[in-house]
Write a protein that binds this ligand. Sequence first.
Ligand code: HDE
Length: 691
Amino acid sequence: MNEKDNIKQKQLDAYRVIDNGEALTTNQGLRVEDDEHSLKVGPRGPTIMEDFHFREKMTHFDHERIPERVVHARGFGAHGEFELYESLAKYTKAKFLTDTSVRTPLFVRFSTVAGSRGSSDTVRDVRGFAVKFYTEEGNYDLVGNNMPVFFIQDAVKFPDFIHAVKPEPPNEIPQASSAHDTFWDFVGTNTETAHMIMWVMSGRALPRSFRMMEGFGVHTFRFINEQGKSHFVKFHWKPKLGVHSLVWDETQKVAGKDPDFNRRDLWNAIEQGNYPEFELGVQILKEEDEFSFDFDILDATKLWPEEMVPVQIVGKMTLNRNTDNFFAETEQVAFHVGHLVPGIDFTNDPLLQGRLFSYSDTQLLRLGGPNFAEIPINRPIAPVHNNQRDGMHRMTINPGQTSYHKNSLANNDPAQVPPNEGGYRHYEEKVEGRKIKARSNSFDDHFSQASMFWHSMSPIEQSQIVDAFRFELGKVMSKQVKQRVVDVFSQVAEELAERIAEGIGATPTKGVAAAPTAISPALSMMTKTKTAATRKVAVMLGTGYNTAEVQALLKALTAAKVTADIVAKTHAPVSGNDGTLIEPQQSLLTAASVLYDAVYVCGGKQGADELLSDVASAGFVREAFQHYKTIAAVGDGVRLLTAADAAHAVGSDEAQPIGVLLTGQENADAAFFTSFIEAIAQHRHWDRIPL
Ligand code: HDE
């Protein structure tokens, strides 16, 4: 969609204020003569109360902060659009899901859950994946996560769960981490968490990029079609770049080297025109099939295995515009599961039902009153007319005498709308029962799907899960908490519990594991799309590099949409074998191997000596090797790899490690570049064995 056709962007234009070339003024529009000095009695005297400009400026500053979100405080947003591939009219009357000619503007916010606004991006955590569609029929918010299940089954337990995962009350430690006693105490005492914990201990909690993670609506929703017929639906977002994770050691280092790693990645991708794309998928079930499974479809700790209920791809979201102002857009955007359009409705999932209260409630505190829907980023593109009035920061000026319904003085406007003209009617589900504080027995099985997850993982993923448990529980002080967790996960898989127990000095419980309901290959990240596009390579070089080769390499990388940084010993321009100068983007001091997907070391004796004279160069390569990344080296550059224990010398009888590409020649050719790019597309070489 052309930007100028994006109706939401047109609406936002009215609020964008460009300061370039303008006079400095107060908030009252008064031109300001001096913004450097407060008004004083003489140049060394006291500041005078009447300096209204100083007071206004300082007061505004003093009030700049609003409460951060109680969960999902750290997030990052972008604008985009949604296009529909095929009409879903058979299932829903939602216009944006039935009319393939409509491009729906949207805003997405990705987030971590536990950390504060200033915490690091690459912590082990669930990622929020919230999308606000600005549809012709009103805003529709799909407020999901990057994992398809949740920790708890009933919303009433949410404050308890969040209290357990947040930093502990006495000292607010640890920040943005679940590796502490209260979290694992909650897990050990609330076994419904088991399935979600398996996801959180997996690489899904360490996304390489927001652009490389799936999104899930989690709950079962309803589609309602024009005839009033209901189907159950689960929503999925499938990233075009596949689903990929960092490794744990890497995430911890990235958290120090670049705490903004994921947000920078998203921002840069959009700035470079590499617009992230996610396809929308739906799993649909007939109402008659509500009870056809050995789990309850209203239980948010269960997923519908894709092999059982296929995901139909129905459209695509493209993120194509960064924000102009983080606070105005990303911070003030207010999502709510209860923002929906005709054709979509809720189910009785008790987690979903509780969310319907929480999201609007929390905005009242965060955004200071009931008029948050008038903030530009939250405004629907559909017209808004009702009898709600006043409140903090009311923007709309509603002329007229009446603000009530029914009225006779204003023709009873604004008028109610029948469903056949777009009025929202709740699905008339028949419900009966006694008022009771209880949970259905059909929610009792906490382990079968956790077990399915474990058994669907590749051996590498299983090892990573075991290591994650060992790390997290290794940080827990209480022995009984650790033992209790081992006891719980003995019910998921005996082998898993044994391996955890061995790592933390606890005792595995034998013979109580649930049988997995099935194996679901779709759960493994190893089964996802692989491409080198938009990956980042560090090209290490020193004086005398082969200019023609480096130019050809950069060309080949660009053609494959791979981005590259030249990394040299310092930032000073480096001269090639024909005297051409290259200005490095990074030096060995500013670059870190954990910020790249692959490393390419150029040849030339002088250059290799130059790089090797700084110990950081071998460390750089070593780290990339340990993180299973693709490494290539040419001619003399191979010496960096041998110094880093990342390769055997060229011509050695030993097999080179997987994902390490060498050439003894001082000039790599096109075939070498192709192999390099193919290796990058593998994401990581998990089967690599250390030398
Ligand atoms: Fe949220 N959640 N949540 N949540 N959630 C919030 O709303 C809540 C749950 C999710 O980028 C809060 O505006 C309850 C599931 C995302 O602005 C709050 C329960 C899923 C975001 C809230 C849940 C989510 C939030 C905090 C259990 C995946 C960030 C700030 C019943 C389907 C949205 C805010 C953004 C944010 C409550 C469980 C996703 C307090 C009570 C399940 C992506 O209202």
